[in-house]
Design a protein around this ligand. Structure first.
Ligand SMILES: [Zn+2]
Length: 111
């Protein structure tokens, strides 16, 4: 009787499906994390975990997760050296919060 109440294991199939959907989006055009969350219907904060995973798995292939750096809408500062994938909160130069979201796409590795 008790054996039936056990919860199913980690839904790895669904995770895979989500990741594939994200990769399909990234292969088509440059998209923001918000675009991805809307298309795949997952919370934006979960998108970053998937992107990091995709980044790691792509390393073995000739492809790479390319990032179009976020830009400050006030002074034009470009967040080139940002290691994290999330959107910056504030511009370090002018303190503006008017910052465009970074965009992601899958492209050929340059190195
Ligand atoms: Zn700025």
């Amino acid at each position: 009787m008790k054996g039936r109440t056990k919860k199913p294991p980690v839904p790895s199939v669904k995770e895979d499906t989500v990741r594939h959907a994200i990769m399909a989006l990234l292969a088509g055009e440059a998209v923001s994390a918000l675009d991805i969350s809307r298309e795949v219907r997952i919370p934006e904060r979960e998108v970053y975990g998937h992107l990091e995973h995709i980044q790691r798995t792509l390393r073995a292939t000739g492809l790479r997760l390319q990032v179009v750096a976020a830009v400050c809408g006030e002074c034009g500062f470009v967040f080139h050296k940002r290691a994290r994938l999330t959107k910056p909160g504030k511009c370090p130069v002018c303190r503006s919060e008017h910052i465009s979201a970074p965009l992601f796409f899958i492209g050929e590795s340059v190195d």
